[in-house]
Design a protein around this ligand. Structure first.
Ligand code: FES
Length: 210
């Protein structure tokens, strides 16, 4: 299967499942190299209490939505679980938990990724933006408003991932045509097939030059 032109494999993407397995195992061994406290006393240990009884927990500093969070995590914790279970950022959804649906899409250093496929410790020092970070002062981001105007959802479960991905598609310059939008959004699945509204919303947001 050929990859869409907008596909940008992350630097740390495993080339095959067995390598992913290896990386999960090796991450635990090497985590100590990456998770040294970055902010010293300035960082607040928000989740240490949650993992206080976990002998495998390590200290992990994550920059999420322009705020650094000092967490205590099992090194095998995915970024998705760190966001949802430790930071109470529930916008990113767990759908398939294996990289097939896109419901967990967030932005890392400006690139959209499936947060279920990356470990939290692999994102130390990177800028993570979730759907909660796209809003400013409680106002909808223009692309969120466009999704509402164009009925780009039904149940809404996939919508935060759709919006994050749509934001990146426009920023990448891959929203020139409906066909290109469809292809570059193909990693985000909508159970209710609201694709007509989604494409309309992205087209509208593109034309508004978000
Ligand atoms: Fe991550 Fe489906 S939950 S791709």
């Amino acid at each position: 299967m050929s990859l869409p032109p907008c596909y940008q494999p992350p630097d740390d993407e495993p080339s095959d499942p067995s390598r992913r397995t290896f990386m999960i195992g090796s991450a635990a061994a090497t985590a100590g190299l990456f998770v040294a406290p970055l902010l010293g006393d300035a960082a607040v240990n928000e989740a240490a209490a949650k993992n206080a009884t976990d002998p495998n927990a390590i200290s992990v500093a994550l920059n999420v939505n322009s705020k650094v969070h000092q967490l205590s995590l099992d090194p095998r914790t995915t970024l998705l679980d760190a966001l949802r279970e430790h930071l109470d950022l529930n916008g990113a959804k767990k759908g398939c938990d294996q990289g097939a649906c896109g419901a967990c899409t967030v932005l890392v250093d400006g690139r959209r990724i499936n947060s279920c496929l990356t470990l939290a410790v692999m994102n130390v020092g990177k800028k993570i933006v979730t759907i909660e970070g796209l809003t400013a002062e409680g106002k909808l981001h223009p692309i969120q408003a466009a999704f509402i105007r164009n009925d780009g959802f039904q149940c809404g479960y996939c919508t935060s991932g759709q919006v994050c991905s749509a934001f990146a598609v426009i920023k990448e310059g891959h929203a020139h045509s409906d066909d290109e939008i469809r292809e570059c959004m193909s990693g985000n699945v909508c159970r209710w097939r609201c694709y007509i509204g989604i494409v309309q919303a992205i087209r509208e947001a593109r034309d508004a030059s978000i």
